[in-house]
Design a protein around this ligand. Structure first.
Ligand SMILES: Cc1ncc(COP(=O)(O)O)c(C=O)c1O
Ligand SMILES: [Zn+2]
Length: 422
């Protein structure tokens, strides 16, 4: 009887697998609505949305998580993922929007134990397609763009979001219009060219790029997927929160270190923790202290945090070789600052010299070539151990948000390296 039930269930499963290209879950959370992070107004997710129509706050995707509550649904999700050749972040499909994924193999990145610090884990996001965690957000944003039938997407970027959009848009057959500073790491320019994106190099920073997108989008028919100005990049990034908890045995660490530009990952992880608690999937315990790492060449969140402010001020003359951290005023600064305070966390600025020293330290003692942004997180860890904010016994996760190899030009310049002449 059981065998028969199984054999009739199997073709349905396989047919749907083929249809979606990935697994099909019996139990899914359905989207209830989108909710403003500031005034809590709700909006339908039935059509593409950007910001709250009342107050321009960022919108969160809200689900009915009821059908997935409890360990049984969680274990079913794990079993399902194990039965597939590859699922990546789509192992969390039950808590993601129901749409056919545009995937390039993103997510489920290694959680590496440090060789030197017994309680330190490095989440290696350089293993993602396009070499950074931006792939997670763009996988979801482009999946939903295709689902809604959008044809032209535009993004202002510090570099890596542009590369990721270019890749996912190419995979989905959607136009990508990217705006990034003209001095982005060269890899960002090359990848965008290779993927066939429409590239606009701007003499300025991501904030200038954002202004241009805002000015032109209506006339050009672009859908703007700027950081925190549409709801689905956060959904992609929230999978980092699910993953780190699952990889630590469904337990919270004591602290999470996140190199922060626009803050999508931090906000996404915090959302994941709230969902995990509602689902009953994480062992009861205190949420991690969230640590924002920035460069002292562009540290608007650190300054606002230290001043006790609710929002940041535009950082003048932002400059750092950690290109992804050159965000002079994050749009959702009010959410980042809230999370820092609620979690008992802290925001730390490191000089480029400290960042470079930590980058070399991890390369030479751990065999890991960090991105400069990731090295801001490792440098922040050293700093907070030295100040006593954290103890060596605290279990921490440091995010290396990108592969060091995407930065050979800027890192070589920071090290004063030149190709030897023959
Ligand atoms: C490698 C890397 N790390 C960190 C960041 C900052 O990310 P977020 O905007 O989510 O704070 C970026 C942004 O471009 C990045 O490219
Ligand atoms: Zn609102």
């Amino acid at each position: 009887m059981i065998a028969q039930e199984f054999s009739t269930a199997l073709p349905r499963f396989c047919a749907l697998s083929a249809l979606w290209g990935l697994c099909y879950f019996e139990r899914m959370a359905t989207i209830k609505n989108l909710e403003c992070s500031r005034c809590h107004k709700t909006v339908s997710a039935g059509s593409p949305q950007t910001l709250c129509p009342e107050c321009s706050g960022s919108l969160y995707v809200r689900y009915d998580l009821q059908p997935l509550r409890g360990a049984a649904a969680r274990d079913e999700m794990v079993r399902q993922a194990a039965a597939e050749p590859w699922s990546g972040l789509w192992r969390y499909r039950p808590v993601l929007p129901e749409a056919k994924p545009v995937t390039l193999g993103e997510g489920w990145t290694p959680m590496l134990a440090s060789r030197r610090f017994p309680n330190v884990f490095l989440k290696e996001e350089g293993a993602n397609p396009t070499g950074t965690f931006k792939a997670r957000g763009m996988a979801l944003a482009v999946t939903m763009a295709r689902h809604y039938g959008l044809k032209k997407l535009a993004v202002p970027s510090a570099g890596n979001a542009a590369g990721a959009l270019a890749a996912y848009a190419a995979a989905a057959g959607i136009e990508a219009h990217i705006f990034m500073p003209k001095d982005v790491p060269f890899a960002n320019y090359v990848e965008a060219m290779v993927y066939g994106a429409n590239i606009n190099l701007v003499d300025g920073l991501i904030s200038d790029c954002g202004r241009i997108v805002a000015e032109r989008k209506q006339k050009e028919g672009w859908f703007d997927i700027s950081t925190l100005k549409e709801p689905f990049r956060v959904e992609g990034k929230k999978t980092m929160g699910y993953e780190l908890v699952e990889q630590l045995g469904w337990e919270y660490p004591d602290a999470v270190f996140y190199p922060t530009g626009g803050g999508v990952g931090l906000i996404g992880m915090w959302k994941a923790f709230a969902e995990l608690e509602e689902l009953g999937w994480v062992r009861p315990g205190k949420r991690p202290r969230m640590v924002v790492a920035q460069s002292s060449g562009c540290a608007p969140v650190v300054r606002a945090f230290e001043q006790g402010a609710n929002v940041s001020q535009m950082w003048q003359n932002a400059a750092t070789f950690a290109a992804g951290l050159r965000v002079p005023k994050p749009y959702a600064d009010y959410i980042i600052l809230d999370i820092l305070r609620e979690s008992g966390g802290i925001a730390v600025a490191l000089s480029d010299q400290q960042i470079l020293a930590s980058l070399k330290d991890w390369a030479q003692h751990e065999g890991i070539f960090l991105s400069p942004e990731g090295a801001a997180a490792t440098a922040a860890y050293d700093h907070l151990l030295a100040t006593g904010f954290l103890k060596p016994s605290d279990r921490v996760v440091l995010f290396n948000t990108g592969a060091g190899l995407k930065y050979t030009d800027v890192t070589a310049e920071a090290m004063g390296l030149q190709r030897p002449a023959n």
